[in-house]
Design a protein around this ligand. Structure first.
Ligand SMILES: [Zn+2]
Ligand SMILES: [Zn+2]
Length: 300
């Protein structure tokens, strides 16, 4: 549903990782995870999408739509009882997921929404719960079929509310590192990574979960797809903020977006990922594959 911005801009490459400030002076001692706060995450994301829309003409209509959708996600979590404890295998069978899908689909109508997404929302509103849950399973596994992507967008939004609510009630101290490249809270793939400026972790890197918003610490200059530490390079678009780069692994030919939240505190890795679609298109044109998932990024 997103049209490519006109005129891809040549990329600028530099070799080697950015300097890691954690090795200079007093080393930071970062927490392994930072759990999301479901009561604030979607409201903040809605504001960030709106800010990004004001600065990104080609994508403004879609970014404004996603700002509205994030507001609906915020209202969904506020309107329904909290998500109880969950195991990964129980995510799809929880009553709270059914409730969140139904509430969000019912309340997500938006004047000026892209026609294809509004029609998808209406199809979802008429769809039996069991079919919606089957679609949720496909979205969660990253195998939503291309002809269901618009429906998948609303389902992903409800899954995010469901899993963020779940993750926000976990105890950080009890969470252990999962397999490289997967969220230790809900088992999903990261959407992007960022360098943070937090007091106890300045200059360190965190991956952000594409579903529950949990942030987990990952060493810098290590591929989040194959764990290689050799042959990493960075590319960004000329004319675009230097706070956004693609970290490219020469071993597996995948990239992950790399945001400098330490320089721009308002960065939301999820929203800024979609707003920097031009970088994905540039990578796609050079044959480098995206390592991460963004269930709301629907590229035509
Ligand atoms: Zn997660
Ligand atoms: Zn790799």
């Amino acid at each position: 549903m997103i049209d490519a911005p006109a005129g891809a801009i040549p990329r600028k490459e530099k070799k080697g990782p950015p300097r890691d400030h954690t090795t200079i002076g007093t080393a930071a001692r970062p927490d392994f995870v930072r759990l999301p706060d479901v009561t604030t995450l979607f409201a903040a994301r809605a504001r960030r999408f709106a800010e990004l829309a004001a600065a990104n003409q080609p994508l403004a209509p879609f970014l404004l739509f996603l700002s509205h959708l994030a507001e609906v996600q915020h209202r969904t979590q506020a309107a329904l009882p909290a998500t109880g404890p969950l195991r990964r295998q129980d995510i799809l069978s929880a009553d709270s997921l059914r409730e969140r899908i139904a509430w969000l689909v019912q309340h997500a109508a938006m004047e000026g929404a892209p026609a294809a997404t509004e029609q998808a929302r209406e199809r979802l509103a008429a769809m039996p719960a069991v079919e919606r849950l089957a679609l949720a399973g496909a979205v969660l596994d990253g195998v939503c079929s291309p002809d269901r992507l618009a429906e998948g967008l609303y389902i992903a939004a409800a899954l995010q509310v469901h899993l963020t609510g779940f993750a926000s009630r976990l105890e950080a101290s009890r969470i252990v590192r999962a397999v490289d490249g997967f969220c230790p809270a809900c088992g999903s793939r990261p959407v992007a990574s960022m360098i943070v400026g937090w007091a106890n972790a300045a200059g360190t890197r965190y991956c952000c979960c594409s579903m529950c918003g949990t942030l987990w610490n990952v060493v810098r200059a290590k591929c989040t797809s194959c764990a290689s530490t050799a042959g990493m390079s960075y590319a960004s678009l000329e004319g675009q903020s230097t706070e956004i780069a693609a970290e490219i692994c020469a071993d597996c030919n995948h990239y992950i977006k790399h945001f400098r939240q330490d320089r721009t505190a308002a960065i939301d890795p999820f929203a800024d990922d979609i707003a920097s679609l031009g970088l994905d298109l540039r990578m796609q044109a050079t044959g480098i594959r995206r390592a991460t998932a963004n269930p709301l990024m629907v590229i035509r």
